[in-house]
Ligand binder design. Structure first.
Ligand code: 5AD
Ligand code: SF4
Length: 435
C-alpha cells in the first residue's frame, strides 16, 4: 500500500517553522511521506499562528480553498499550532472540514490522530504540558547552512496583549548538555549557523546554567561559525549576557529588543515590566558594551486607550534609538488575554492604521539611511545560497543579519564566510562585490 503523503504549510513565527520540522520528524518515523502540494497529498496540515487576527484570517482562507479537494478525494485536514490550541472545539464544530486538531505540546499524538481520521474519526489533542520540550526528537531539517534549535518553549510573562502564554503554555527549558550535543551534531553535518529559539529565549535556565552560558557553549562548538538568538525580552539582559554578545566573535552582533510602546502608562497597561527610561538605559548599555550592535524591534500601535500624545512617545523613542529595522503591528485583540478581559479595544481602526503607517514610513527612512552608511565598507557575509531574484547572485547575511547579495563567483560557496564590499543599498538589502 502507498504510504500516505502529507503536505504541511506553516504560518507565523520561527518557532512554528521549527515545530513543522519536529512534526516532519515524528511523521516520517511513522511511515508518512511528504509532498509539496495539496493536490498530491492525502493529508494536509496547517501549522497555524494566533498572534494577530490577520494570521487567523489567512488560515481560514486556506481552509476554504481546500474544500473542493476534500470533497473530491476525501483529504484528511489537520490544524496544528497556536490556533488549534486557542480555538479547541470551536474549530472542529464550526468548520466540518477539519478532522484533526493538535496544539503545540501534542505533536506526539499526531500519528494516532491521523490514523483515526483516515477511518473517519475526528480527534483532537490540545492539552498543554509543563514538561514537553521534544528534546529527544531531532527535527527533520532541510539540509543547509543554518538551523534552529528551540532551547525553551512557552512563556510566563503574560504581557496583557499576548496570546502566547495561553497557546504555548508555561515556560520550560531544554537540558543544557542536550542542546550543546544537538549543536555538535549540526556542525558535523555541515551546518554553520545556529539560531537559539524561544518565546522568551533569554529566560532560559537549566540548573546553574543561564542563557549566557548556553550561548557561549554553543559558540564554542567546533564548526559553528555563527550563533544567533530570538526573541529575547528586555527584562532579562544581565551584564554577563551583554559581555557574551560583545566579546565572543561567533555570537552575532544583533539584538532584537521588542519595545512594544514608548509610553510609560501604555507599557504598564501592557505589563511589560520596564519603563521608557529603563529601556533606553538598556539600549545605551548595549551600545556602550558593543558599539557595532544592530538593534531591531517590535512595536504595537493603537493599544487599548492609547492617546495621540502617548503614541508620539513611541515615535520619539524610535527617533532616539534609530533601530536598524522594526516590525510594526496594529493592536489586535486576542481571545483569553488580560487585555481582552479587562480593557476596551477602543482606538478606532483608522487611527491604528494611520499610526502604523506613520511609524513604518519613518522606519523606512532610518533603515535606508543605516544601510547606506555601510556603502564602501567591507563586511563578512555567511553565504546561504542563490539570491531570490537571480541565480547569478549569492545571498548571505552580515553578522548584524542584514541581507546582502553579490555576484556569484566560483571562489565562494554556500556555507562559507565571504568578505564583500558594499557598493549599494536599499531599505532591506545590501548590494556588494567580492574582495
Ligand atoms: N496585537 C498586535 N501585535 C501583537 N504582538 C503580539 N500580540 C499582539 C497583539 N495582540 C506582536 C508583538 C510581539 C510580536 C511577536 O507580535 O509586537 O513582539
Ligand atoms: Fe507574548 Fe510577552 Fe511572552 Fe513575548 S514575552 S511571548 S509578547 S507574553
Amino acid at each position: 500500500m502507498r504510504a500516505p503523503h502529507v503536505f504541511i504549510e506553516t504560518f507565523g513565527c520561527q518557532m512554528n517553522e521549527y515545530d513543522t520540522e519536529l512534526v516532519r520528524s515524528i511523521l516520517t518515523a511513522n511511515c508518512y511521506r511528504f509532498t509539496d502540494s495539496a493536490d498530491t497529498a492525502d493529508v494536509v496540515l496547517l501549522n497555524t499562528c494566533a498572534i494577530r487576527e490577520n494570521a487567523h484570517n489567512k488560515v481560514y482562507g486556506h481552509l476554504g480553498a481546500l474544500k473542493s479537494l476534500k470533497e473530491e478525494k476525501g483529504l484528511v485536514i489537520g490544524v496544528l499550532g497556536c490556533m488549534a490550541q486557542n480555538l479547541k472545539k470551536d474549530l472542529l464544530e464550526e468548520h466540518s472540514l477539519i478532522d484533526v486538531l493538535a496544539g503545540p505540546d501534542s505533536y506526539r499524538a499526531l500519528p494516532e490522530l491521523l490514523e483515526q481520521a483516515a477511518v473517519g474519526q475526528k480527534g483532537m489533542a490540545v492539552d498543554l504540558s509543563e514538561y514537553e520540550t521534544y528534546a529527544d526528537i531531532t527535527p527533520k531539517r532541510v539540509d543547509g547552512v543554518a538551523a534552529w534549535i528551540a532551547v525553551m518553549r512557552g512563556c510566563d510573562n503574560f504581557c496583557t496583549f499576548c496570546v502566547v502564554p495561553y497557546t504555548r503554555g508555561r515556560e520550560r527549558s531544554r537540558d543544557f548538555a542536550g542542546v550543546v550535543r544537538e549543536a555538535e551534531a549540526l556542525a558535523a553535518s555541515g551546518c554553520k549557523q545556529v539560531t537559539l529559539l524561544g518565546q522568551n529565549v533569554n529566560s532560559y535556565r537549566d540548573g546553574a546554567h543561564d542563557f549566557a552560558d548556553l550561548l557561549l557553549a554553543v559558540a564554542e562548538v567546533r564548526g559553528i561559525e555563527r550563533v544567533r538568538f530570538i526573541s529575547p525580552h528586555p527584562k532579562d539582559f544581565p551584564e554577563k549576557l551583554l559581555e557574551a554578545v560583545a566579546g565572543h566573535p561567533k555570537i552575532c552582533k544583533h539584538i532584537h529588543l521588542p519595545l512594544q510602546a514608548g509610553n510609560d502608562r501604555i507599557l504598564r497597561l501592557m505589563d511589560r515590566t520596564y519603563t521608557r527610561a529603563e529601556y533606553l538605559a538598556l539600549v545605551e548599555q548595549i551600545r556602550t558594551c558593543c558599539p557595532e550592535i544592530v538593534l531591531t524591534t517590535d512595536i504595537i500601535a493603537g493599544f487599548c486607550s492609547e492617546t495621540d500624545a502617548e503614541f508620539t512617545d513611541t515615535e520619539t523613542l524610535m527617533r532616539q534609538v534609530e533601530y536598524h529595522s522594526a516590525y510594526v503591528f496594529q493592536y489586535s485583540e486576542r481571545k483569553h488575554t488580560i487585555a481582552a478581559r479587562q480593557y476596551a479595544d477602543d482606538v478606532p481602526a483608522g487611527v491604528k492604521a494611520a499610526r502604523v503607517t506613520k511609524l513604518i514610513e519613518f522606519q523606512r527612512g532610518i533603515s535606508l539611511k543605516k544601510n547606506r552608511e555601510m556603502i564602501g565598507k567591507t563586511v563578512e557575509v555567511l553565504v546561504e545560497g542563490e539570491g531570490k531574484r537571480s541565480c547569478d547572485q549569492w545571498m548571505g547575511r552580515t553578522d548584524g543579519n542584514i541581507v546582502t547579495v553579490f555576484p556569484v563567483s566560483s571562489a565562494i560557496k554556500p556555507g562559507r564566510l565571504a568578505s564583500v564590499r558594499i557598493i549599494d543599498a536599499t531599505i532591506t538589502t545590501l548590494y556588494a562585490e567580492s574582495v
